[in-house]
Design a binder for this molecule. Structure first.
Ligand code: GSH
Length: 319
C-alpha cells in the first residue's frame, strides 16, 4: 500500500482484521461526483474521463457493466489492469489480455494515486474514475461510480434505462445493504477469515443470502421491482465469480450454484445481456484470485470448473 505517497510494503491481500480475525475492507478515499453534485467542478464531458478496472474485481466490474448499460462507451475510455496482483499491486503490462496505460503512461496503478495526491496513504484499488482534464481521481468507490454513470452524465448517457429509479430507491438500498454485507463482501470475509469462528460466521451468511435470493427470484425475474436495476448488477458480479473462485479458493462450498435453480436461471438470463457478458473474462478471474499466495502458495490455477452456463468465448482470453 501507499504511505504518505510512497509504495511502502510488498502487497498482501488482507486489508484489515478485527480481534476475532474478521476481514475488514478499507474505505475509499476519493468520493467526488460529476455534474451538479461535484464539489470540485467536474463537468460531464465526452472524452474527459477514464475508467481503470480489473476483470477479476467484482467492484470494478459493476462500474464496467453500468458504463455499458448506460451506453457511455464512446464518452468514457476504459483501461484494464493485469489479472495478477504483484509486489507493487495492479500493473499495466499489455499482456494477458490487459492494457497498457495510454492515458497516463503509468506502469502501476499506485502511480495514479500519488499523481492525484502526492501524500496519499491507503491501498491503490480498482476501480478508479480518472479526470484527464485536471489529472486527478474523481472517485474510487464503485458504488458511487455506478451512480455517477447512472445519473451524472445527463444527455451523454442513455436515460432510457435508470438503474436506481426514484420509486424503487428504498427497496434498492435495503436489498443492496444485505447483498453487500452478507454476499459481495461476505465471500471475502469467508476467504480471508483469520479464525474458524470468523470463517463459519461468514460462510453461513453467504449461503443464507443465496437461500434468500433463491426465494426472491422464484417469485420475480428481477431482484427489485419488475425491471433491471443496479441491484441486479451487484448480485451478478458475485454470482459469476462464485464457482470460478469463491467456491474453491474462498471455501464457500456448502452447495454449488446448481442447487439454486432460480438463481442459476437468473445468472444465465443476465449473461444474455451484452453489457453483463462483456464484463466477464473467466481466465482473468481464475488467474487473479488463484495468484493470491496467502491462499494458494503453489500458484496452481485449477483446470475447472466447466460451467455449462458460461459461453466458450467468455472462458477464453487466456491469462
Ligand atoms: N470500496 C472499493 C473496493 C475496491 C477493492 O477492494 N478493489 C480490490 C480488487 S477486487 C483492489 O483493488 N485491491 C487492491 C488492494 O487491496 O491492494 C470499491 O468498491 O470500489
Amino acid at each position: 500500500m501507499l504511505i504518505n505517497g510512497r509504495w511502502a510494503e510488498t502487497w498482501q491481500p488482507v486489508q484489515g482484521s478485527d480481534d476475532d480475525g474478521r476481514f475488514i475492507r478499507q474505505r475509499s478515499g476519493f468520493r467526488d461526483r460529476v455534474g451538479a453534485d461535484s464539489a470540485r467542478g467536474f463537468r460531464p464531458e465526452k472524452g474527459r474521463y477514464h475508467l481503470y478496472v480489473a476483470y477479476i474485481c467484482p467492484w470494478a466490474c459493476r462500474t464496467l457493466i453500468a458504463l455499458r448499460l448506460k451506453r457511455l462507451d464512446d464518452v468514457i475510455g476504459v483501461t484494464v489492469v493485469d489479472p495478477r496482483l504483484g509486489e507493487q499491486g495492479w500493473r499495466f503490462s499489455g499482456e494477458f489480455g490487459s492494457d497498457r496505460d495510454v492515458v497516463n503512461g503509468a506502469s502501476y496503478l499506485h502511480e495514479l494515486y500519488t499523481r492525484a495526491d502526492s501524500s496519499y496513504t491507503g491501498r491503490a484499488t480498482v476501480p478508479v474514475l480518472w479526470d484527464k482534464h485536471s489529472g486527478t481521481i474523481v472517485n474510487n468507490e464503485s458504488a458511487d461510480i455506478l451512480r455517477i454513470f447512472d445519473r451524472d452524465f445527463g444527455v451523454l448517457a442513455d436515460d432510457g434505462l435508470v438503474l436506481r429509479p426514484v420509486d424503487l430507491e428504498d427497496e434498492i438500498d435495503a436489498v443492496n445493504e444485505r447483498l453487500y454485507a452478507d454476499f459481495n463482501n461476505g465471500v471475502y470475509q469467508a476467504g480471508f477469515a483469520g479464525t474458524q469462528k470468523a470463517y463459519e460466521e461468514a460462510v453461513g451468511k453467504v449461503f443464507a443470502t443465496l437461500d434468500w435470493l433463491e426465494a426472491r427470484l422464484a417469485r420475480s425475474a428481477w431482484l427489485v421491482g419488475n425491471r433491471l436495476t443496479e441491484t441486479d448488477i451487484r448480485a451478478f458480479v458475485t454470482l459469476i465469480r462464485f464457482e470460478l473462485a469463491y467456491y474453491g479458493l474462498f471455501k464457500c462450498n456448502l452447495r454449488p450454484l446448481a442447487a439454486y435453480p432460480a438463481v442459476s436461471n437468473y445468472l444465465v438470463r443476465l449473461l444474455e445481456i451484452p453489457a453483463f457478458a462483456s464484463s466477464v473474462r473467466a481466465e482473468h478471474i481464475k488467474a487473479g484470485y488463484y495468484s493470491i499466495a496467502a491462499l494458494n502458495p503453489s500458484g496452481i490455477v485449477p483446470a475447472g470448473p466447466r460451467l455449462d452456463y458460461l459461453p466458450e468465448t467468455l472462458a477464453s482470453d487466456k491469462a
